[in-house]
Ligand binder design. Structure first.
Ligand code: HEM
Length: 462
């Protein structure tokens, strides 16, 4: 159904600042309210994006993700992320350079690398958990961030321990400074106003950039001989235009792979843990499955493919709590047809993953956390889209899911890891992600044993 005159779907009448603040405070609640009121297509007006058409029916989602790049642009639609990831990586670019970077990076996340990623994830989790506080509540998110960054720096930098630690600290400081509401939403000010959060942001960015430039200079002079070092591989890459990659582009690619890679897995994992731990029967069943499979041995990569219930719980948590409920594209020319509307050039149109995941036709009793629904079922096309779709789908979807599952399995084996809050959520907006507002506060009692093997005893009481 194609209409000739360009027009936008209906949407809330509140002015842009009001809609933006509502979205910032509780994105899931706002999306749920608009979905109930307007259905599968509605228009939001958000600061930094203008008119944003949200689409949640499978046919509309297919139209969006399958549209050619000269009709809908993904990189340009992600402009709000420039403040963190710069303008030169595949995340925020379109065109030939984006396509080349994507082709170059995709093999690094191929299935053949997954087992190595999982092994790193299991080791990093085991090491980290041994240092966690016991018998008092603490937010899980920073601890998870540390684990996921370890996995990525070890996998892709092949750096020694001190080098990895240094990169990790600078990366966290930078991302934290960039995510402050003022710096994130008014990024143009740092060059003009060197005070408060912008000053912190500028300093953190300079420190990280210097460190990454030095790393590139070292790898240029002394290429890493270990297979899989991303910097050496990028420096040696055979590029279509014959020119080597410049340091600024290298910096942006590294921040995307290490920074966005760690953040996305961390926050998705935080939602998974909240959902599982808040549902006693799910946690019990996942733990029983883990005990059956490991039979008292330490958890290893061979056990991970034999955990169908845990896989179902992860799939279900990503359905109810997709960290990127808005997967945007920018309409480049007039007349893009979606959901019965013909959109004008310049507006944004997005896959509304939150809405798509809560349609009753696809998911009976859609708001209930019910991992069992996945035990004998795979998602129908365009109904489960936490990683987006089409030619710009997440390059690391399979790798990330497997890493996430490995860490979740390790955490759940600690029988006395429990959630402090009685229920899941709510979420708040952090950059373009929805994250648990309280940082997933848990307690961990000193009676724990990892996998019943007796090999794990929390030792610190910080
Ligand atoms: C559970 C974890 C993750 C989630 C939920 C996630 C989600 C997403 C989403 C929604 C997109 C946009 C897709 C689209 O526009 O259609 C995306 C793109 C991307 N993701 Fe992920 N991601 C995750 C993990 C990772 C990891 C671990 C890495 C790298 C180490 C990564 C690297 C990227 C890159 C480079 C893109 C841009 C691809 C392009 O535009 O061509 N992601 N991700």
């Amino acid at each position: 159904m194609k209409s000739t005159r360009c027009r936008l779907p209906p949407g809330p009448a509140a002015p842009t600042p009001v809609q933006s603040v509502r979205f910032l405070r509780d994105p899931y609640a706002m999306l749920a309210a608009q979905h109930t009121r307007f259905g599968d297509a509605f228009t939001l007006r958000l600061a930094g994006m203008g008119a944003l058409v949200m689409v949640s029916d499978p046919e509309g989602i297919r139209n969006i993700v399958a549209a050619p790049p000269d009709v809908l642009a993904a990189g340009r639609a992600r402009g709000i992320l420039d403040v963190i990831y710069g303008t030169r990586s595949l995340l925020t670019r379109d065109g030939d350079e984006q396509a080349w970077q994507r082709r170059f990076l995709m093999p690094l996340f191929h299935r053949s690398h997954v087992t190595h990623g999982q092994r790193l994830a299991l080791e990093a989790t085991r090491e980290a958990m041994a240092t966690w506080p016991t018998d008092r509540p603490f937010p899980l998110v920073p601890r998870l961030m540390s684990i996921t960054t370890d996995v990525l720096t070890q996998k892709f930098l092949k750096a020694d321990r001190d080098e990895s630690l240094h990169v990790k600290e600078l990366l966290h400081a930078f991302i934290d400074a960039a995510h402050r509401p003022l710096t994130f939403h008014l990024p143009q000010l740092p060059s003009k106003v060197a005070v408060g959060p912008w000053r912190r942001y500028g300093r953190a960015r300079d420190r990280l950039d210097t460190c990454l430039r030095e790393l590139c200079a070292t790898r240029r002079a002394f290429p890493c001989t270990t297979d899989g070092d991303l910097v050496t591989a990028l420096l040696r890459a055979d590029r279509p235009n014959g020119a080597p990659l410049d340091d600024d582009t290298l910096r942006d690619i590294l921040v995307v792979v290490l920074g966005s890679g760690a953040e996305t897995v961390t926050y998705s994992l935080a939602w998974v843990m909240e959902a599982v731990l808040a549902h006693r029967e799910t946690a019990d069943r996942a733990r029983a499955e883990l005990r059956d499979v490991t039979e008292g041995c330490p958890l290893g990569v061979d056990h991970l493919p034999r955990l169908p219930y845990l896989t179902a719980a992860v799939t279900e948590a990503l359905r109810l709590y997709p960290i990127n409920p808005i997967v945007p594209r920018r309409v480049l020319g007039p007349g893009f047809a979606v959901a019965g509307f013909s959109l004008p050039a310049g507006v944004h149109v997005a896959v509304n993953g939150f809405g798509a995941h809560r349609r009753a036709v696809a998911y009976p009793d859609p708001c209930r956390f019910r991992p069992e629904r996945w035990l004998d079922k795979r998602p129908a096309p365009y109904t489960w889209v936490p990683f987006g779709g089409g030619a710009r789908k997440c390059i690391a979807a399979y790798f990330a899911l497997n890493e996430l599952q490995a860490i979740a399995a390790s955490l759940l084996l600690a029988e006395d890891l429990s959630l402090v809050t009685p229920a899941v959520g709510p979420g708040r907006l952090l950059g373009d992600m929805v994250v648990p507002s309280e940082g997933t506060v848990v307690t961990f009692t000193s009676r724990n044993r990892l996998g019943g093997s007796g090999r794990f005893t929390p030792r610190s009481r910080r």
